[in-house]
Design a protein around this ligand. Structure first.
Ligand SMILES: Cc1cc2nc3c(=O)[nH]c(=O)nc-3n(C[C@H](O)[C@H](O)[C@H](O)COP(=O)(O)OP(=O)(O)OC[C@H]3O[C@@H](n4cnc5c(N)ncnc54)[C@H](O)[C@@H]3O)c2cc1C
Length: 384
């Protein structure tokens, strides 16, 4: 079978890696460079930290297992780290939310525990310990550094025979009757395919519209949209932060290059597609100020600030399945966490209907449940 995958983010890369190596011919088309979209700018916290929907929580737990297996195949790469995640709350309502979350996650068998300030000092000695905070620790969580993970997955796919076409977009889906037969490229060439997989992230609705398919994503262009977000990375700050940290007003984690990735729910929410470069720089400076308050020894500077757009399904859940003969869509929120597991499930789905994907079919009735990409004031990125 000739398979064309549109999009070189974590979803397209995981699919290319998963689907190459057998008898199928796999081609991946990326309009820019691999990792240029959300996957390259993501906070990229690996987690199943939201117990609200037990079935979705289980999907995410399985996704953490898929990452551990995959990273093992790459021999403990620097871009995959199970460092643990520490989160704390300093106001009564949020303390109650955090305590309840830990209790519910524990009931589900997920590694979650409340710890003392002394224990926090052991885990993250450089951070200024919060007085009187409720502190949670999740030892099974960590991060995947998106750009490096995408590069590794696509490198392995290419070694196994996949073809990569970069620097030109798929401008439309080609149709014969009801069947999608491939894509037209920006060069004017047609790529023929028995199966076209749309993994174009936030740009998926535009591509699918060329075949009359509607994909229910949150509109990134709308005023106040929760799809656009903001992360900043710093110059190296070696040894100052060991794992993922969610503190009031700032989330942070290390990078493989010993810098830090910074994000904050309020600054992310304030960012939309109209935010000017000066506003983005001001938000990055604010992130750095917050980081310096949290880490007294921090002297690093902002290296890069990135506005990026989440592919955000209107109900926050993955969209995976066929729309038309020859056309499959794979678009999700939390794609860093879910990518390799979704790729495994989709590979199974292409052979035979995969029951684990039944709740996530693109044709399901979707109510817009997701007011924000964040689950609350405490947790920054929610894992939702
Ligand atoms: C600020 C922020 C923080 C986040 N934090 C987390 C987190 O902590 N944990 C987590 O799990 N997830 C997180 N996410 C979400 C996660 O990053 C995304 O779900 C994931 O990266 C989506 O991957 P993707 O491959 O679907 O999309 P993308 O990475 O956007 O990739 C899509 C690719 O398709 C290409 N493309 C688009 N249209 C075309 C076309 N017509 N032709 C060819 N190529 C095309 C684009 O150039 C792009 O490279 C976060 C996202 C943001 C923005």
């Amino acid at each position: 079978m000739r398979i064309v995958i549109i999009g070189g983010g974590i979803i397209g890369a995981a699919l290319a890696d998963r689907l190459t190596g057998g008898t199928d011919e796999v081609t991946l088309v990326e309009q820019d460079r691999p990792g240029a979209g959300a996957s390259g700018a993501s906070f990229a916290w690996l987690n199943a930290n939201d117990p609200g929907d037990p079935a979705y929580h289980s999907l995410r737990v399985a996704a953490l297992g898929a990452w551990r297996r995959l990273a093992g195949e790459f021999g403990d790469p620097g871009w995959f780290r199970i460092t643990g995640n520490t989160a704390w709350a300093d106001t009564d309502p949020v303390k109650a939310v955090l305590s309840e979350r830990v209790a519910r996650l524990s009931t589900l068998g997920y590694a979650a525990t409340l710890i003392t300030a002394d224990r926090l000092r052991d885990i993250e000695p450089s951070l200024r310990p919060p007085a009187g905070a409720v502190i949670a620790h999740y030892p099974g969580e960590g991060y995947v550094h998106g750009p490096d993970a995408v590069a590794a997955l696509l490198g392995r796919a290419r070694d196994a025979g996949a073809r990569l076409v970069t620097g030109t977009p798929a401008t439309r889906l080609n149709l014969r009757g009801e069947r999608v037969t491939g894509v037209r490229l920006g060069t004017g060439d047609d790529l023929h395919a028995d199966l076209t997989i749309c993994a174009a992230g936030r740009h998926s609705p535009a591509l699918l519209a060329s075949a009359g398919v509607v994909l229910p994503l949150v509109d990134a262009e709308a005023a106040g949209s929760s799809a656009p977000g903001l992360t900043a990375t710093t110059t190296p700050a070696p040894g100052l932060v060991n794992g993922v940290v969610h503190s009031p007003g700032l989330d942070l984690r290390p990078t493989p290059g010993q810098g830090l990735v910074l994000e904050a729910a309020d600054l992310d929410d304030a960012t939309d597609l109209t935010s000017s470069p000066a506003e983005l720089d001001a938000r990055a400076a604010e992130l750095l100020d917050r980081a310096r308050s949290l880490i007294p020894g921090l002297t690093a500077r902002i290296e890069k600030v990135r506005r990026c757009v989440r592919p955000l399904p209107a109900d926050g859940r993955p969209l995976a399945g066929r729309h038309l003969p020859g056309l499959y869509t794979a678009v999700t929120h939390s794609g860093i966490t879910l990518g390799p597991h979704l790729a495994d499930l989709i590979a199974a789905d292409l052979r035979d209907d995969e029951p684990a994907l039944a709740p996530y079919r693109p044709g399901r009735p979707i109510r817009a449940q997701l007011a924000s990409a964040h689950a609350g004031p405490l947790f920054g990125y929610s894992g939702g």
